[in-house]
Design a binder for this molecule. Structure first.
Ligand code: AMP
Length: 190
């Protein structure tokens, strides 16, 4: 089993690229953001708790997403690996992931990081807002809070994974096809 982390700031194109990656490498795509949005849509207790945090652009507690990921790892069959999208987002989540995988003698195969400059984030999210209608894409203040949260809590993961050579960066500026080719050229090596 391979465990890929799809990393990058909000609006980098992780969700857009995930579909093709999932197909080419027979991976289960696990987006914690999508899982949380479907909890909200179903009106579950977890969804109710997460809604206000998500809509304000804050992170939900680590234990919530760690539990979701562990459950999906346990239940998913018939794939060659997992594509984690939007998880881990904090050092604590990355450490928890290492523990969860370590229990079964596994580890993160590679981090595929799609990088775009901050100036492009606002532009990409404004475009997505017209298509997907996500509550947390709707206001510039909330988007700015998500960018700040990314820099403060998620960006430290770059060093965490770089230390042991698992971190691989892709330039996320360009057309969807151009970025996809860069990703495939990298992932074909694993
Ligand atoms: P995303 O779809 O990845 O942009 O996630 C949307 C929102 O869901 C984030 O802004 C957070 O509020 C929440 N979320 C998604 N993944 C995580 C995570 N790994 N840890 C904490 N909160 C998360």
């Amino acid at each position: 089993m391979k465990y890929f982390i799809l990393f990058g700031p909000p609006g980098a194109g992780k969700g857009t690229q995930a579909g093709a990656m999932k197909q080419r490498y027979n991976l289960c795509h696990l987006s914690t953001g999508e899982l949380l949005r479907s909890e909200i849509a179903s009106g579950s207790e977890l969804g109710l708790k997460a809604k206000a945090l998500i809509e304000a652009g804050n992170l939900v507690p680590d234990e919530v997403v760690e539990g979701m990921i562990e459950e999906r790892f346990r239940k998913t069959t018939g794939v060659d690996g997992f594509l984690l999208d939007g998880f881990p987002r904090t050092i604590a989540q990355a450490e928890a992931l290492d523990l969860i995988l370590g229990k079964n003698g596994k580890k993160v195969t590679a981090v595929v990081s799609i990088m775009i400059p901050d100036e492009l984030i606002g532009e990409r999210i404004a475009h997505r807002a017209t298509i997907e209608g996500r509550a947390d894409d709707a206001s510039p203040e909330i988007v700015q809070n998500r960018i700040n949260t990314y820099h403060a809590k998620t960006e430290p993961l770059v060093d965490f994974y770089r230390k042991d050579g698992r971190y691989h960066e892709i330039d996320g500026v360009g057309s969807i096809e151009e970025v996809q080719k860069r990703i495939f050229d990298l992932m074909d090596r694993f």
